[in-house]
Design a protein around this ligand. Structure first.
Ligand SMILES: Cc1cc2nc3c(=O)[nH]c(=O)nc-3n(C[C@H](O)[C@H](O)[C@H](O)COP(=O)(O)O)c2cc1C
Length: 346
């Protein structure tokens, strides 16, 4: 099979296998839409609290809305209680009509883990089974997927038990981020565990006549990393997370690398214009002050590699209005335009 290929999750057909991972504080509607424009084949909302959904928290509902170009997407929920997860899944479907619900069994944050949710579920297969089954029961014909870690800590590697529980509960796909809860986001992800999961689910598929895919996440910072993960692990699809922050073009580049063997980096003016498109959408989805604060870190990333980028970033940290961003970047865009027209005349 070609490295870039379609993926099926239950009844969802995806044109390709390069996904945007759920990333709290980043993977909002505005950013997801920009990633799709640049070739992301499937997108996930950031994790949404089942408890908050059941309590009808309006802010939580905003997190799970569908972006304008999101033909299919997944809403990720987290929680330790099967009943609440079941009720939350009903609310998610009623409010969003999303095609897929993903269950977070990987978050390492102490506040989440101590409730029994997030990566605590990867080490508690019985609870993971009950939680996943409760969501599968609520989801009807919609796909339910599960995202796990490799285990709790170095001496408590539990991915196999977690995957088994997810499969028995009726999960339609499994994603693994092969770091332990104790690692957080430090050190390296262990792709050999991902490969072992691919083999494990492959055996399950053979004996159950199913075709459940496995998705990989962990240390994808360049297009070449995605190619390597697909080649080395046999994962059906891979997810960019930190590697896509401020660089939604990584999807375009990785698609080109997988299909043709090379890619052309996106020019700096296109990067900045994409930042403005994202800012505009974020203002519309939230409000100007919030959007401008949020876009500081994102514009800092968009301005990487641009001549005089360090000086720009010193100004970005003070930008509080759309006008502030325009003042910072309009002269830069103008300079690019002049340069482009001079090059055109040569
Ligand atoms: C700031 C941040 C927020 C994250 N939020 C979520 C989340 O809401 N749900 C989730 O399943 N994973 C979350 N993750 C994990 C990522 O989806 C991904 O699995 C992880 O970062 C490994 O990929 P990477 O090494 O390529 O960044 C988050 C990661 C980071 C760095």
């Amino acid at each position: 099979m070609e490295l870039y290929h379609p993926v099926r999750i239950k009844n969802i057909e995806l044109k390709g296998n390069l996904f945007l991972a759920p990333v709290a504080g980043y993977s909002d509607m505005a950013f997801r839409s920009v990633c799709i424009e640049n070739g992301a084949c499937f997108t996930y909302t950031e994790m949404v609290s089942a408890e908050a959904l059941v309590r009808k928290n309006l802010k939580t509902e905003i997190l799970m809305r569908r972006a304008y170009n999101e033909d299919v997407y997944s809403v990720q929920i987290f929680g330790p209680e099967p009943d609440i997860m079941n009720a939350a899944a009903h609310i998610v479907l009623e409010k969003t009509n999303c095609e897929c619900i993903d269950i977070n069994c990987g978050c390492p944050v102490p506040k989440i883990v101590k409730t029994g949710a997030g990566s605590a579920l990867t080490r508690d297969p019985d609870r993971l089974y009950k939680v996943a089954k409760a969501v599968v029961d609520a989801a009807g014909d919609r796909a339910v997927t599960v995202k796990i870690r490799s285990g709790w800590e170095k001496f408590q590697i539990t991915w196999k038990e977690a995957a088994q529980a997810a499969l028995e509960a009726g999960a339609s796909a499994i994603t693994i981020h092969p770091r332990t809860r104790a690692q957080g986001y430090e050190g390296h992800s262990d792709w050999s565990i991902m490969k072992a999961l691919v083999e494990f689910v492959g055996e399950w598929n053979k004996s159950h006549g199913t075709s459940i895919p496995v998705f990989g996440s962990g240390d994808l910072f360049k297009p070449e990393d995605a190619k390597k993960m697909l080649e080395e692990t046999g994962a059906d699809a891979v997810m960019f997370a930190r590697g896509a922050m401020g660089n939604p073009f990584i999807f375009k580049d990785a698609t080109s690398l997988l299909q043709t063997g090379s890619y052309q980096p996106v020019p700096p003016d296109v990067r900045i214009k994409t930042g403005f498109a994202e800012l505009e959408r974020l203002v519309k989805d939230t409000e100007e002050k919030h959007a401008c604060m949020e876009m500081r870190k994102r514009f800092a990333a968009y301005s990487k590699g641009i001549h005089n980028g360090a000086a720009l970033r010193l100004q970005i940290v003070h930008a509080s209005t759309v006008e502030d961003y325009k003042k910072i970047f309009e002269p830069v865009l103008q300079a690019f335009e002049e340069e482009n027209s001079q090059n055109g005349q040569l």
